[in-house]
Design a protein around this ligand. Sequence first.
Ligand code: FDA
Length: 503
Amino acid sequence: DAVDSAPAIVVGSGYGGAVAALRLAQAGIRTLVLEMGRLWNTAGPDGKVFCTTSAPDHRSMWFRTRTEAPLGTFLWLDVVNRDIGRYPGVLDRVHFDQMSVYVGRGVGGGSLVNGSMAVTPSRSYFAEQFPTVDADEMYGTYFPRARAALGVNSVDPAWFESTEWYRFTRVSRKHAEKAGLRTTFVPSVYDFGHMQREAAGTAPKSALGGEVIYGNNQGKRSLDKTYLAAALGTGNVTLHTLEKVRAISRAPDGTYVLTAERIDETGKVVATKEYGCTYLFLGGGSIGTTELLLRARETGTLPDLDARVGAGWGTNGNVMLGRANHLWDTVGANQSTMPVMGIDDWANTANPVFAEIAPLPTGLEHWVSLYLAITRNPERASFSYDTGSDRLRLGWTAAHSAVSVAMAKRLFDRINAANATIYRYDLFGSRSKVFADDFTYHPLGGCVLGRATDDYGRVRGYPRLYVTDGSLVPGSLGVNPFVTITALAERTMARVLAEDTAP
Ligand code: FDA
């Protein structure tokens, strides 16, 4: 039999894929997970699984010859990025015409590279973005379920106030308060007990050792330690890595057929495989899932997909920026890579912004306060797929980003005015660039809940085909997205297992 088949297949092992795999497996349904990245569980010659941000090597990025870090320069110098060997590294930066998107590659998806901030959105904004979702059920059942399974915890406030590792956060809080702005602690999936042991010198340093965007060797509760470990523990899940799903079609009996390419560590395709399944769950993330469905619609393998597949995409209003502090406001040479606080001005209807206070851990005092602002940018773009070149395109433009920048600027102009400070001009490559608005960490949409799918993520026109990832979110959430993606996937799985998989 040339076709490997399983009752259920899950594409991708990020948040949406991991939730699907665990809940299917617990229901006794044999499940195959296909992930294009590698499994990050074996140490390299240096004894570590992941490389550091300060000395990135081949493990850092997905088939690159040079790293592409978010902060390209320091004092305008090209000191940040490094030449590396081509390899299926853990962080990818997917380039479209006027926007690029950072994503994680590997078993665990974005959980391997992200900042661990585990934020539940405000109920009113959630309800506005998801008018057909029962908010009582989300806030009563699925958000708590997601937070528990993800291992969300909070920094001890007393330790936070006293440790050198969060001095940079306290300085930014002081500057925000001087402008009359509110700050709030944000929970995390980084184990703060471990972090305190790192500070005490009784555990190896990871968050306190500059590790984050190229993976954490310690302390982080990434999905491979939580949902995916539990899924594999059931004995009902098989995981194939370095396999990228290329095509989806439907057999005459209504089952799904997948074509996947298996690559080796040089990126060479070493085999093309076919898989069959009854239930198909797409968890490839906003870009991965949307690309698969658009290709299927445009090449005619799933011709009845809804016209709204590809639409409703946004950046969650992401903008990164730095401020230059006065000499007496030292931010500290020692900075934890895990943010724990945000400036919460979301309720300001004239200019809603939630800005996380981000670290810049260089090991030297640099007087920079760094932020990732989440702005309420209403612009949305669509993906399109060109069959001739087999290319996914994204209609997001610089004009769309300018809306985010204007909102971030209004907030931080206030903070600068109150503190007599200025922006940093040297961090993003060119002489005048203050606001990094050409990349996002939070790609959202492309297969929006209630539009391209029904209200539970069932893909319109195709029974037993589901989307469980960030492509369901309509472009904006107001906070960091993974808790919401996880909770929505929990909601989808509860419904699907109750209604669709009964014998
Ligand atoms: P996700 O991207 O996690 O997973 C998709 C998986 O599918 C990947 O492993 C991919 O390789 C695989 N895949 C895709 N296409 C495939 C195909 N065709 N075949 C096989 N496999 C395929 N969020 C947050 O809430 N708090 C935070 O602190 C941060 N910080 C942050 C920092 C950085 C640097 C990044 C890049 C991102 C964040 N995020 C974040 C965002 C968060 O990580 C993101 O929203 C989620 O990972 C998205 O989850 P999904 O399940 O949608 O896909």
